[in-house]
Write a protein that binds this ligand. Structure first.
Ligand code: ADP
Ligand code: MG
Ligand code: MG
Length: 896
C-alpha cells in the first residue's frame, strides 16, 4: 500500500484518502501556487493505526523517502544543526473539523538546531521564539501537558519584563522561557522534550492519529453526523515563517464575506506572527485591506490568487497564508463554510457571474440553512439597552443567562434554561458549553476565531471580539466600563449586528419568514431598507422557485384547523396530507365522546351524542374544505385509543379509594365512569384498540365522520366550490379491515349523494404504518385509492420502540454508542423502515400502477428523509406547515 503522497501527486478529489487539507494543498500545488513543499500521510494509514493499535510498519520507510525528497528540494535537512529544515505536522480529515485536531509547528528544532536557525536567519529572537513555540505545542498536543502551565509561565515572564505582548519579549527572555518550558514538560509529562527531530516527527504524526478519537472530536462528529470510521490524514509541510519580523505575517481570508455573503474579499491578518496566533485569537487582528499598506506586492499577489481559486473551485474559498520576508506562501484552502444567509446570496451571485447554473446553485444551499433564516430576530422597535458592540460572527438572536463554563452551560440546558456562554476566547475544550448554549460571546478574536468558526458551523448565534468587555471567568462576572453583570444575569446577543444588550430583548419574525408566508413584496417591505436582507430574500425566492420547478415530489402539510391550513397554503403547501380529526373530539366535545362511550350500544343517549358530534364535525370539515378549495385534503378517521377521551384511571382509583376510606359511596355517575375506564384500560394502548380497530369495534364513530365529510363536501360542491377530500383509514393491517370500512363508507356516501343530488368521487385510502400493511400492500391496494406511509408509527412498530418513551431514555445512550447516529424518528432509517416503505410502494403499485403514494409524519420535513422519499418515487410528502418551505427546497435539491 501507498501510505504517503507528495503534494504534487494528489488533487482536490482525493479527500477520502488525503483529507480535505491534503487534497487541497495538492490541488494548489497542481495549480502552480506557492505552497511550501510537503507530503500527506493517508487516512488508510490512520485507519490501519487504529486497527493495529500502533503505527503500521510500512509507514516509517515511506516517511523517510518522502522527507528525503523534501529535504533535497529545500537543500536542508530536518533538524540539521547548521541549517535546519523545519516542518509542521498538520491533521486534516475528509470533512473539516475546525480546531478539533492538533497541529504542531516548528518540528526539527532542538538545543542545537535552534542555534543554526538563529545563524542562517540572522534573527536570534525569531529562532528562540520558534523553539519555545515548539516545546509548548509539542508538550500540549503531543505529550498531553496542560497548556495553561505554559501560558502561565508566559504571562509571568511578560509581567516580570513589564510588557503586554509576546512579540515584545527579547531573545534572552525566550531562551529563558525555553528552559522553563522544557522543565514544565518534564515534570508534567514525565519525560524530556525529545531532542531527536525524527522522534519529534514520528510522535507528532502519531498524536494526529490519536487526536481522531479525542472526546471533543467525537462530540463534533456526532453533531455533524460524520462517521467515526473515516480517520484523518496527516500533512507534513515545510515551515515558512510569519514571525520573522515586520515584513512577515500571517492571515486568513475569504473570497467573499462568509457571514453576509457580500461579494468582495474579506479577512484578518496579523503581522509578525505565526498562523496559530490568528486562529486562537491571541491578539486582535487587522482587516485584510491593511495588508496593502504593510506589503503591497504580497497583497496584490494574494488578491490574484484568491480570484484564481474562486474561479477554479467555483465557490467561496477560505484561505490561510503566511508571508515570510515579503514572500507569500499558501498554507491552506477549502470551500469555505458560510452562514445560511451567505449561502443563499453567494449561490445566486455565482449564477449571475456565470460560474454555475441554477441546478448547481440549488445544491449549494440546504433546508437546514433555510430553517436558520426563518429564526426570529430582535424586534427592531423594542427598547434595548446596549452593553457593547462587537463583531457579528454567526447570525441569530439569542437571549439567555450569562454562564462562563461548560458545566454551568450544560446544567442550565438540562434544566431547560437558556444561556449565553461568555468567554475571553474559546478553544476546542469549550465545545460542550457551546453546544448547550443559545449563543456565544467572546472578548477576543476575529470572525475567523475558533468561537466564530464553530458557532457558524453549528448554526449558533455568536458575537466575538468584544474588546470593551472584561471577562472574569473564575470570578464569574463581566464588565464594560463601570457596568458589571454577573453569572445568571440575562443578556441578548445579535449575531447579525454584533450588538450585545442587557436584559431580555423581545424577538420578532424574520423578514425571510414574512416573505415565505406573504410573498416577495411583503418580504421586501419587511426588509425595509436593509439591502442585505432584501437581496437575501430575492436569492431565496429565486432558489425556491427553481426548486419548485424541478421537484417531482409534491409538498403537502399536516394541518387540523383552518388556521393551520391557511398557514400551510401561504408557505406553499399543495394540499393537506394529514388532517387529524381527534382534536375535534377534545375540549368541550369530550363530554359528548364520554356519553358515547358510557351509554349502552343501542341507546337513545348514544345516538343523540353521536348526532351532536356529527353536526360539529360537519362544521369542522366545511371550514377546512373552504380554505382548501381546489386542493386535496386527506382526512384521517379517528385514530387514538378511546381511553384518551376519558379521565385518567389512576386518578379515578385514588379518588374512589379516598372516598371509600371516608366511608362515602361513589356516585352512580362516578362508578359508571370508573367501570368504563377500567374496561377500556390497556397496557399497550398504542398497540391496542385504535385506528381501524376502534372503527370496527364502535361503528358509529367512523360513520358519523364519513357522513359529516360527505355532507360538507356535497354542500360546497353545490355552492360551486371544488372540495377534494380523501378519506384515510388509520392502522390498517389487513385488507379485510379496509374492505369492511370501505364497503360501509361507500354505502353512506351513496345515500348522501342521493340526498344532495350532486355527484362526487370520494377517494378512500389507508395509512401504511404497520409492517403487515407494507408486506401485504399488493392486497391492500385492491381496496385503496391511495396509501400514506405513517412513518412515525411504522418506525415504532418496525423497531418495537415506544416513541413516547425512548427519546429521553434509550436514545441518548444508543447515539453515544453509535447504534445509530440520529434518532430514527427524526431521520428515516432507510435500511429497515425505509425498506418497508419501498416494499409497500412497489407491491401497492404492482396491483395498481397509478396508486398515489404519500408520507405523513415527522420525516416529511426532514431533509435526508425527503431525499429518500424522492428516490422511492412517492408522489408527495406531508409535513408541519413551518417545514413546508424546507421540504420544497429539499425536494428540489433531491431532483437536480
Ligand atoms: P487547523 O486545521 O486547525 O486550521 P492547520 O494545520 O491549518 O490547523 O494549522 C494551524 C496554523 O498553523 C495555520 O493557521 C497555519 O497558518 C499554520 N501552519 C501550519 N503549517 C504551517 C507551515 N508549514 N508553515 C507556516 N505555518 C504553518
Ligand atoms: Mg487551518
Ligand atoms: Mg399513526
Amino acid at each position: 500500500v501507498k501510505y504517503v503522497y507528495r503534494f504534487s501527486e494528489g488533487d482536490k478529489d482525493m479527500k477520502d484518502l488525503l483529507g480535505g487539507k491534503g487534497a487541497n494543498l495538492a490541488e494548489m500545488t497542481k495549480l502552480g501556487l506557492p505552497v511550501p513543499p510537503g507530503f500527506t500521510i493517508t487516512t488508510d494509514a490512520c485507519r490501519e493505526y487504529m486497527k493495529q493499535g500502533g503505527v503500521p510498519a510500512e509507514l516509517a520507510p515511506a516517511v523517510t523517502e518522502n522527507l528525503a525528497s523534501v529535504e533535497e528540494k529545500m537543500g536542508r535537512k530536518l533538524g540539521d544543526p547548521d541549517n535546519p529544515l523545519l516542518v509542521s505536522v498538520r491533521s486534516g480529515a475528509k470533512f473539516s473539523m475546525p480546531g478539533m485536531m492538533n497541529t504542531v509547528l516548528n518540528i526539527g528544532l532542538n538545543d542545537e538546531s535552534v542555534l543554526g536557525l538563529a545563524k542562517v536567519s540572522g534573527n536570534e529572537r525569531f529562532a528562540w521564539d520558534s523553539y519555545r513555540r515548539l516545546v509548548q505545542m509539542f508538550g500540549d498536543t503531543v505529550l498531553g501537558v496542560d497548556g495553561a502551565l505554559y501560558l502561565d509561565a508566559l504571562d509571568n515572564i511578560k509581567e516580570r519584563r513589564g510588557v503586554h505582548f509576546d512579540h515584545e519579549l527579547s531573545a534572552e527572555d525566550l531562551k529563558e522561557l525555553v528552559v522553563e518550558f522544557k522543565q514544565i514538560t518534564k515534570e508534567a509529562a514525565g519525560r524530556d522534550f525529545p531532542q531527536d527531530p525524527r522522534e519529534q516527527l514520528d510522535l507528532g504524526i502519531e498524536a494526529v492519529f490519536l487526536s481522531w478519537n479525542t472526546e471533543r472530536a467525537k462530540i463534533y462528529r456526532r453533531r455533524e453526523r460524520i462517521s467515526d470510521d473515516l480517520g484523518t490524514a496527516v500533512n507534513v509541510q515545510t515551515m515558512v515563517f510569519g514571525n520573522m519580523g515586520e515584513d512577515s505575517g500571517t492571515g486568513v481570508c475569504f473570497t467573499r464575506d462568509p457571514s453576509t455573503g457580500h461579494s468582495g474579499v474579506y479577512g484578518d491578518i496579523l503581522m509578525n506572527a505565526q498562523g496559530e496566533d490568528v486562529v486562537a485569537g491571541i491578539r486582535n487582528t487587522e482587516p485584510l485591506v491593511e495588508l496593502e499598506t504593510h506589503d503591497k506586492k504580497s497583497y496584490d499577489e494574494l488578491l490574484a490568487i484568491m480570484d484564481k481559486l474562486e474561479k477554479h473551485y467555483q465557490d467561496l474559498c477560505d484561505i490561510e497564508f503566511t508571508i515570510e520576508h515579503g514572500k507569500l506562501w499558501m498554507l491552506q484552502t477549502r470551500v469555505g463554510k458560510r452562514t445560511a444567509a451567505a449561502a443563499f446570496r453567494i449561490a445566486t451571485q455565482l449564477v449571475d457571474e456565470g460560474l454555475i447554473d441554477m441546478d448547481e446553485a440549488l445544491t449549494r444551499v440546504t433546508g437546514e440553512q433555510l430553517t436558520q433564516l426563518m429564526f426570529p430576530q430582535f424586534d427592531a422597535k423594542a427598547k434595548k439597552t446596549l452593553l457593547t458592540k462587537a463583531m457579528a460572527a454567526s447570525p441569530g438572536a439569542a437571549v439567555g443567562e450569562i454562564v462562563f463554563n461548560n458545566e454551568d452551560a450544560v446544567v442550565a440546558a438540562e434544566e431547560g434554561r437558556k444561556v449565553i456562554l461568555v468567554r475571553r476566547e474559546t478553544n476546542p475544550d469549550d465545545l460542550p458549553g457551546m453546544v448547550a448554549a443559545e449563543g456565544i460571546l467572546t472578548a477576543r478574536g476575529g470572525k475567523t476565531s475558533h468561537a466564530a468558526v464553530v458557532a457558524r458551523g453549528m448554526g449558533k448565534t455568536a458575537v466575538v471580539g468584544a474588546e470593551e468587555l472584561v471577562v472574569k471567568e473564575k470570578k464569574k462576572f463581566i464588565q464594560v466600563g463601570d457596568q458589571v453583570l454577573h453569572h445568571g444575569d440575562v443578556i441578548g446577543i445579535d449575531g447579525m449586528t454584533g450588538e450585545v444588550f442587557v436584559g431580555d430583548v423581545p424577538v420578532t419574525d424574520s423578514a425571510v419568514t414574512t416573505y415565505l408566508a406573504e410573498g416577495l413584496e411583503a418580504g421586501l417591505a419587511a426588509a425595509a431598507d436593509d439591502e442585505m436582507v432584501a437581496d437575501l430574500i430575492k436569492s431565496v425566492d429565486r432558489l425556491l422557485t427553481h426548486a419548485d420547478h424541478r421537484r417531482r415530489l409534491a409538498v403537502r402539510a399536516n394541518a387540523d384547523t383552518p388556521d393551520d391550513a391557511a398557514r400551510a397554503l401561504s408557505f406553499g403547501a399543495q394540499g393537506i396530507g394529514l388532517c387529524r380529526t381527534e382534536h375535534m373530539f377534545l375540549g368541550e366535545r369530550r363530554a359528548l365522546v364520554e356519553r358515547v362511550i358510557l351509554s349502552p350500544a343501542e341507546s337513545q343517549a348514544r345516538a343523540e351524542a353521536l348526532a351532536e358530534l356529527e353536526r360539529l364535525q360537519f362544521a369542522d370539515f366545511e371550514d377546512m374544505l373552504r380554505v382548501m378549495n381546489g386542493r386535496e385534503m386527506t382526512v384521517r378517521l379517528i385514530d387514538p385509543p378511546l381511553h384518551e377521551f376519558l379521565p385518567d384511571l389512576t386518578q379515578l382509583e385514588v379518588k374512589a379509594a379516598v372516598q371509600r376510606a371516608q366511608g362515602e359511596e361513589l356516585s352512580a355517575e362516578d362508578r359508571k365512569v370508573l367501570e368504563a375506564v377500567r374496561r377500556l384500560h390497556e397496557t399497550n394502548p398504542m398497540l391496542g384498540t385504535r385506528g381501524v380497530r376502534l372503527g370496527i369495534l364502535l361503528p358509529g364513530l367512523f360513520a358519523l365522520q364519513i357522513r359529516a365529510l360527505a355532507q360538507a363536501t356535497l354542500k360546497l360542491k353545490k355552492e360551486g366550490l371544488d372540495p377534494r377530500p380523501e378519506i384515510m383509514v388509520p392502522l390498517v393491517g389487513s385488507v379485510r379491515e379496509l374492505h369492511k370500512v370501505r364497503v360501509e363508507a361507500e354505502a353512506l356516501i351513496r345515500s348522501e349523494i342521493a340526498a344532495f343530488e350532486v355527484e362526487h368521487d370520494f377517494p378512500i385510502g389507508c395509512m401504511v404504518e404497520l409492517p403487515r400493511a407494507a408486506i401485504t400492500a399488493d392486497d391492500l391496494a385492491r381496496d385503496a385509492d391511495f396509501f400514506s406511509f405513517g412513518t412515525n408509527d411504522l418506525t415504532q412498530t418496525v423497531w418495537g420502540f415506544s416513541r413516547d418513551d425512548v427519546e429521553g431514555t434509550i436514545f441518548p445512550t444508543y447515539i453515544e454508542n453509535s447504534v445509530f447516529g440520529v434518532s430514527p424518528f427524526e431521520t428515516i432509517d432507510q435500511r429497515g423502515v425505509g425498506e418497508l416503505v419501498r416494499m409497500g410502494a412497489q407491491r401497492g403499485r404492482s396491483t395498481k400502477p397509478n396508486l398515489k403514494l404519500g408520507i405523513c409524519g415527522e420525516h416529511g420535513g426532514d431533509p435526508d428523509s425527503i431525499h429518500f422519499f424522492h428516490k422511492t418515487d412517492l408522489n408527495y410528502v406531508s409535513c408541519s406547515p413551518f417545514r413546508v418551505p424546507v421540504a420544497r427546497l429539499e425536494a428540489g435539491r433531491a431532483a437536480v
